[in-house]
Design a protein around this ligand. Structure first.
Ligand code: NAP
Length: 276
């Protein structure tokens, strides 16, 4: 597994992590899958208070029990809780369900109706208390990223988690360059289009050349720049193992150009970020 600096934080995080959305459907399978993923180096685990209305955080808590130090644990606060007080209370609930005393990173799940200053004040309070190491945002377009940096100052926003897969490359126009400029890690979610992944002859050909699979080639493309990370969700061990092996796959410049042509960028749109 390749690890790299998580933006300006400098923390070494695997390029391929593990998503957990909808893992409440089969808790035993989820715990086994997450543990196997940790064994294989996919130690960046992404969850949220929203998932299964808190149930998924409990499942993650079980999966990481006894292995907390190995994990880069991320959770998210719902926008409806994004006041200063609300963020602090929500974090305490997440910590309880996750059975840990700190998060590595805590994100605002999507933009809220509350002033961003309030949310950030809550995050900074939690940093001061040692309950979170870093904080970030999710589903923020480039203008909102700039606003967050303006409010918080440089080297405060650790990451922006956004929708990113081969058929949805909108973030490459403005969101990725803006984050890169500020040293903000970009974590792409739903790398398999939420289970609607479609292969392509170009992916198949490149996969065959590397003794890999089309999905592994897709994941390797999605983390081809140092600023990019991805968090596929897999509740089956075979899927976990396939995804983890993508963390060793290196594509050549020519292969990257071919994939780029096979999955063209949509037209640029300022101030827009696609969501699920
Ligand atoms: P995804 O990772 O694109 O796709 C998940 C689906 O792909 C599952 O059905 C999974 O099956 C399947 N899959 C995974 N690996 C596979 C493999 N190697 N071969 C075949 N199928 C495979 O979808 P996602 O869950 O939407 O996104 C990933 C994570 O991103 C989420 O779990 C969540 O943590 C995060 N996310 C964040 C936001 C946000 O607003 N910030 C939004 C959406 C998602 P099995 O489960 O059966 O293995």
């Amino acid at each position: 597994m390749e690890y790299r600096a998580f933006g300006w934080t400098g923390v070494q995080v695997p390029v391929i992590g593990q998503g957990t959305w909808q893992m409440e459907r089969d808790p035993a399978a989820a715990v086994a899958a997450l543990r196997r993923g940790i064994d294989l180096g996919m130690t960046h685990i992404d969850t949220a208070e929203m998932y299964g209305a808190g149930r998924v955080e409990e499942i993650v808590g079980e999966a990481i029990a006894g292995r907390r130090a190995a994990v880069f644990l991320v959770s998210k606060v719902l926008p409806e809780h994004a006041t200063r007080k609300g963020v602090i209370a929500a974090c305490e609930g997440s910590l309880r369900r996750l059975r840990t005393d700190f998060l590595d990173c805590y994100l605002l799940h999507w933009p809220s109706r509350y002033p961003l200053e309030e949310t950030i004040a809550g995050f900074e309070h939690l940093v001061g208390q040692g309950k979170i190491r870093f904080w970030g945002v999710s589903n923020f377009n480039e203008e909102l990223v700039e606003e967050a940096v303006r409010i918080a100052g440089p080297r405060r926003v650790a990451c922006n988690q956004v929708l990113y897969h081969l058929e949805e490359r909108t973030i490459e126009h403005f969101v990725v360059p803006t984050c890169e400029r500020h040293g903000i890690a970009v974590v792409g979610y739903s790398p398999f289009a939420q289970g609607r992944f479609r292969s392509h002859p170009v992916l198949e050909e490149i996969a065959a050349r590397h003794g890999a699979t089309p999905r592994q080639v897709a994941l390797a493309f999605l983390v081809r720049q140092v600023v990019l990370f991805t968090i596929p969700k897999a509740s089956r061990i075979t899927h976990v193992e396939e995804n983890a092996r993508a963390g060793e796959l290196r594509l050549t410049e020519e292969e990257i150009r071919r994939i780029d042509r096979a999955f063209p960028l949509p037209p640029p749109r300022r101030g827009y970020v696609p969501v699920l």
